[in-house]
Design a protein around this ligand. Sequence first.
Ligand code: G4F
Length: 304
Amino acid sequence: MRGIRQLVGDVRLVRGDLLDQGSLISAVERVQPDEVYNLAAMSYVPMSWQQAELTGEVTGLGVLRVLEAIRVCSGISASRSPAHGQIRFYQASSSEMFGKVRESPQTERTPFHPRSPYGVGKTYGHFLTQNYRESYGMFAVSGILFNHESPRRGAEFVSRKVSLGVAKIKLGYERQLRLGNMQARRDWGFAGDYVRAMQLMLARDDPADFVIGTGVTHEVAELVELAFKIAGLDWRDHVVCDAAFIRPAEVDHLCADPSKAKDQLGWEPTIGFEELVTMMVEADLELLSASGGQADESFGPESW
Ligand code: G4F
């Protein structure tokens, strides 16, 4: 909500709840949108073990309810295909669906093996989006997005937890940063680039799914080392491994093959790993300097 509140002057907010079919139908009826982007989910992977049923309802069945709202409001049925000018639907699928990866890098054809209730919920939403495209001829597509970060990232995710932790240590508010699995590998990109990819996907003539990532993978340990280095610190003086942050099942290695997006969308990331980490550390140094060490950590990095 923090990100939305900052924009509220330019954005008209309409109430809707992924757990409530009627509210979604009303929202679509009122707004009469050209495009719907479903970016809503219970998106913090560790929490999905603690709230597995809620994750299934929101991250999985929530997709069904949005698709149904669009279908009903557009008057689409199995015997009546969509009218010209139909609402276009984007589903935020996730690289967490690849989970225990069958091949690397991962493409649109790589089989899924999700490793968390979150990943399973996203996989349901992904196949359902495909199914509504095939069953009803709807313009419904999924972007299989790898980790995408920015200074607006929630404090519970590792990139922001590290950039905030570094800033707090640099400014003398804290001495330690407690982390989990430092060997996991992720393909981290800049969220702004990924939003551009979503828009390109809905601007095409033919609905299709795309993998969106940078094609470069790094260990969590590399992210940590770089973030501390940017602030002139040595991570070995401050980072503590804490079993409380180890997950019941881990996704060890993610790396995108974004060739299809490059060929068919003309999409490429503009911001690399070093630039991204620098942007986040500098933003948090500035934020904490101005706020006397306070940041909006609604979830809080210690919550898992
Ligand atoms: O930043 P993370 O929590 O992101 P994760 O689990 O990869 O999921 C994010 O990206 C997905 C796209 O692929 C989204 F679908 C999803 O909603 C979310 O945005 O963790 C990244 C890695 C993991 O391997 C984790 O075990 O960092 C490792 N890690 C090590 N210590 C930690 C920590 N993660 C967190 N959150 N906190 C730690 O202390």
